[in-house]
Design a protein. Structure first.
Length: 402
């Protein structure tokens, strides 16, 4: 009888503990650059997170979702690491998320590993990030992933093949990834790179580099920069008359970031970029996303490539919690994230179960004026692109009006 009573009491305690845990808020520690030179990234992701919660509610599997936002300023990895530690130890977060730049994701990775807390990278794009912790899952993109289709197109496009190119990239992880991916794929496809230029990550003056490019007389220039530097480069590209010299400007999506594109003026017209998201992407999901985003922000921002990483990051967290159940934590949540697939505002995406990285379409876009506004209009796509070094699929032309 005593044994039966003890067993019943133990089961009752376990049931109570499980119910109590399920009743506690599910906490997401969101670390973003809400101030400083990369604040646009933080504000885009923060708005997308709030939009997702507004559209899908703040209760999942019976758990109240609580987001705890921390501003790391975007430039101090040691601050990001300390904030991650505080969120895990003091706040008891179930998931870490955000991370605007590669060095910041690197800094937080050991915290996720030690605490066994899933870490959803919504922005940072160096390929090696997912290797820094078995608990990292990425919902943004990698630079190699979005660069390789551009390199292939530049070398082979029948309507404007560029036989010679110069590359110019920001001198840190994503830029170096982008440079290496472009040079390899472009030269393998028959193109010739005249020179590879690296510029300081913070506050560069592009004028001397633009003059160097002009002197080299390439058919095209390929650029990777953080999203906050596109306006400056476009201005100096125009001032040095590189367009007049017949040099085609190409880049990954950050150069003509959707939120900054309206401020660039007509000099952006005709620039070709490759990327995983455009505010002009023609799908019902994206039209609803853009409308909701603009309403939420009182039309003060246009959603960009960073925002969609935050929006889909929330989708992944919600889906994992729903699948794993209200009492899931750590490894259970991580396993539930692997292999998730859904239709995003950017198109179909999935989390590769082996790499924990995102697989998605990459689009070739040309800056065009629609009414009085400039947008990145998709004209071709490569489907289901992995990172890195994937064998590219066939380019599919997107019909006009799509």
């Amino acid at each position: 009888m005593k044994t039966m009573l003890k067993a019943a009491l133990a089961l009752g305690c376990l049931a109570f503990a499980a119910t109590t845990h399920a009743a506690e808020p599910f906490k997401i520690g969101l670390i973003l650059p809400m101030s400083g030179p990369f604040a646009s990234t933080g504000k885009q992701i923060d708005a997308a997170v709030r939009l997702y919660m507004k559209q899908h509610g703040d209760v999942v599997a019976g758990r109240k979702i609580q987001v705890i936002l921390k501003d790391d300023g975007g430039v101090q990895p040691e601050l990001t690491k300390r904030q991650a530690q505080e969120l895990v130890v003091k706040e008891g977060v179930d998931v870490l998320a955000g991370f605007g730049l590669t060095p910041l994701a690197f800094a937080a990775a050991p915290v996720a590993t030690q605490a066994k807390v899933p870490m959803v990278v919504m922005a940072a794009s160096t390929s090696s990030i997912v290797s820094k912790s078995p608990y990292i899952v990425r919902t943004s993109m990698t630079e190699a992933q979005v660069t390789t289709p551009m390199a292939e197109w530049a070398a082979k496009d029948p309507n404007g093949r560029m036989k010679t190119m110069v590359t110019l990239v920001s001198d840190f992880g994503p830029g170096i990834d982008s440079e290496k991916a472009f040079v390899k794929r472009y030269t393998d496809a028959g193109g010739k790179v005249l020179e590879s230029i690296r510029v300081p990550k913070d506050n560069p003056d592009f004028s001397p580099f633009m003059q160097r490019v002009k002197d080299l007389k390439p058919d095209g220039l390929f650029v990777f920069l953080p999203t906050n530097q596109g306006v400056t480069l476009m201005k100096q590209f125009r001032e040095r008359k590189l367009r007049d010299a017949g040099i085609q400007l190409t880049s990954t999506g950050g150069l003509l970031d959707d939120d900054l594109l309206p401020s660039m003026g007509d000099e952006a017209l005709g620039v070709v970029t490759s990327g995983h998201y455009s505010a002009a992407h023609d799908s019902p999901e994206n039209k609803a996303y853009v409308a909701g985003f603009r309403k939420l922000t009182n039309n003060s921002m246009r959603p960009d490539l960073m925002s969609v990483g935050g929006y889909d990051g929330m989708h992944l967290i919600y889906a994992a919690l729903q699948k794993a159940g209200p009492n899931a934590a750590g490894d259970q949540l991580l396993e539930a994230m692997k292999g998730q697939a859904w239709v995003s505002p950017r198109g179909p995406v999935r989390i590769d179960a082996a790499t924990r990285d995102i697989v998605q379409n990459v689009y070739l876009r040309r800056a065009e004026k629609i009414g009085n506004e400039i947008y990145n209009i998709e004209f071709a796509k490569v489907e289901n692109v992995k990172d890195p070094g994937t064998v590219l699929g066939t380019f599919t032309t997107i019909p006009a009006g799509r």
